[in-house]
Ligand binder design. Structure first.
Ligand SMILES: *Cc1c(COP(=O)(O)O)cnc(C)c1O
Length: 581
């Protein structure tokens, strides 16, 4: 029993987390914990946040400054010889405080250097090496694990080199993934989260974070358009898992006995999703015992949007065979084309046949925050569940994904196991805040804080500007290349999201007659250009084939550091590298 454990913190610290003020100010919330936990490390970041927070009262600035001066005299960053220092010399070692502070300040130096260079366009996006090269070991950097402890000097080198051989996903010219960018406040949130190092399962051990999660989910559900008496949700380890939750909850809604009896308690169930939808629906079907054969793929138009009439025809056909249609996914922002399925038309069919409607907004859900673009999800409030990934379009550091469910009680009913050692019903507080039993996980990472902190720091309006800016950049790219020599769009229309899909024809291919030979050569162009980009480290963009279409570039923009000049750089680079292919 840990109930009466004495304080283990050593000397009492006046700046400890008892200072944590009510969540009225992000600066307070952050600094309350940061001061208590990491002193100068916390102060460094607080100072930065404070400089950027004009709302802070001068009183707080003064008191923080006094504190800073005090800390400065206690822990000045000194030239420390780490070659004779080891992990065992750090806290909780006796007299380990000085070594700990010097070590952490050194780490902060490494991180802040990396951050500075990430935003410097003269820095490479990556320093590419093949797996065998990294495995064989680079100068001073060896991945092997050793029996004997290595010095902190080596540990610092390892930190530096790990970043050196990685990919700068926050670089303004990194366009490879849907999650890009390095948000400074989000990063501060992630640092705090690791420092707090707690677990989301109960209010008991994550009181502030659990409330932040509830409050943020409510805000997201308001934005979706659900009534005050509707809506439930949880943050999950990514969109694929959020989508899996939606399938589980739908099955529980129609066949709750599957929870105890298994799939033999249900007839043959079928799910519907577009041929362009994310592969996570097939994964969920495999993992949950539906089987991938029972995922029926829907046809799309040339822009990648589901054809609603095809859904109805396939629902009728499935029923005629005696199958039970229970679930339809409509994607808001497909992964490749960025297409938005017509939610209202699909919702009509779901209502008519009593089928669960899920909206996969992992990529496009964030457009709900933009007054200009949210019409693309019109009808989303009719969905029974929605996936929304703040870690994609909103630039929240990985990972941060929410599953929202309109009907209350289903998540809990579907997943709860009431483990006696965590979810005791006779605690002294309102145990409805022990939300962890809604999850399929036991331990759950705190994904909420960085998102909450960014929302505080930017305001809803800041996310809106970020999203509008990225969509403007995509339109800029589209308008630039749609009629340009050597380019051809994969589908001919304004991009619906920030995805811009196109082929580049090197000069040697331009005069060739259409046909098999030209297609085969074109298929090899994007991978070759991409390989050269990675070798030179200048930029990164994705490519892929789709259906009967040969490899094309899929440009996506979610990085708030990207500007028109970076878009120009990308096309220049494609043209330069593709010149002689
Ligand atoms: C990225 C994506 C997912 C999966 O999200 P993760 O967070 O990577 O698991 C699901 N659906 C769509 C449409 C996506 O673009």
């Amino acid at each position: 029993m840990a109930a009466s454990a004495p304080s283990t913190g050593g000397e009492p610290d006046p700046n400890n987390s008892t200072n944590l003020r009510p969540p009225g100010s992000s600066y307070d919330a952050w600094c309350g914990v940061a001061h208590g936990c990491t002193r100068k490390l916390g102060m460094k970041i607080c100072g930065f946040l404070q400089k950027n927070n004009s709302l802070e009262s001068s009183f707080r600035e003064r008191s923080a400054k006094t504190l800073l001066d005090h800390q400065e005299t206690r822990f000045r960053h000194t030239e420390t010889d780490f070659s004779n220092l080891y992990a065992r010399d750090l806290l909780p070692a006796k007299n380990g405080e000085e070594a700990t502070m010097q070590f952490l300040l050194e780490v902060v130096d490494i991180l802040t250097n990396y951050i500075r260079k990430t935003f410097d366009r003269s820095t490479k996006v990556l320093d590419f090496h093949h797996p065998h090269q990294l495995l064989e070991g680079m100068e001073g950097f060896n991945l092997e694990l050793s029996d004997q402890p290595e010095s902190l000097e080596q540990i610092l080198v390892d930190c530096r080199d790990t970043l050196k051989y990685g990919v700068r996903t926050g670089h303004p010219r990194f366009f490879n993934q849907l999650s890009t960018g390095l948000d400074i406040v989000g990063l501060a949130g992630e640092w705090l989260t690791s420092t707090a190092n707690t677990n989301m399962f109960t209010y008991e051990i994550a009181p502030v974070f659990v409330l932040m999660e509830q409050l943020t989910l409510r805000k997201m559900m308001d934005i979706v358009g659900w009534r005050d008496d509707e809506g439930d949700g949880i943050f999950s380890p990514g969109g694929a898992i959020s989508n899996m939750y939606s399938v589980m909850v739908a099955r529980y809604k129609y066949f709750p006995e599957v929870k105890t009896k298994g799939m033999c308690a249900a007839p043959r169930l079928v799910l519907f999703t577009s041929e362009h939808s994310h592969y996570s629906f097939k994964k969920a079907s495999a993992a949950l015992g539906f089987g991938t054969d029972n995922v029926i793929l829907l046809n799309t138009d040339d822009k990648g949007r589901v054809i609603a009439a095809d859904l109805e025809a396939k629902v009728i056909a499935a029923k005629q065979k005696g199958y039970v249609p229970i679930y339809v996914n409509a994607t808001a922002g497909t992964t490749v084309y960025g297409a938005f399925d017509p939610i209202n038309e699909i919702a009509d069919i779901c209502e008519k046949y009593n089928i669960w409607l899920h909206v996969d907004g992992a990529w496009g859900g964030s457009l709900l925050m933009s007054r200009k673009h949210r019409h693309k999800l019109s009808g989303v409030e009719r969905a029974n569940s929605v996936t929304w990934n703040p870690h994609k379009m909103m630039g929240v550091p990985l990972q941060c994904s929410a599953i929202l469910v309109r009907e209350r009680g289903l998540l809990e009913g579907c997943n709860s196991m009431c483990a006696g050692y965590l979810f005791q019903p006779d605690k002294q507080y309102d145990v409805t805040y022990d939300t962890g039993d809604k999850a399929i996980q036991c331990g759950r990472h705190v994904d909420i804080f960085k998102f909450w902190l960014m929302w505080k720091a930017k305001g809803t309006i800041g996310f809106e500007q970020h999203i509008d800016k990225c969509l403007d950049l995509a339109a800029y790219l589209y308008n630039k290349i749609k009629n340009r020599d050597g380019y051809k769009m994969v589908y001919d229309a304004e991009p619906q999201h920030t995805n811009v899909c196109f082929w580049f024809f090197p000069p040697s291919l331009r005069g060739l007659p259409d046909g098999k030979d030209k297609r085969e050569r074109l298929h090899k162009v994007a991978p070759k250009i991409k390989a050269m980009m990675m070798e030179s480290g200048s930029t990164m963009v994705g490519y892929q084939p789709q259906g009967d279409k040969v490899n094309f570039f899929r440009m996506v923009i979610s990085n708030h550091a990207a500007t028109r000049s970076d878009i120009d750089f990308l096309t220049d680079e494609i043209e330069r590298l593709g010149q002689d292919l």
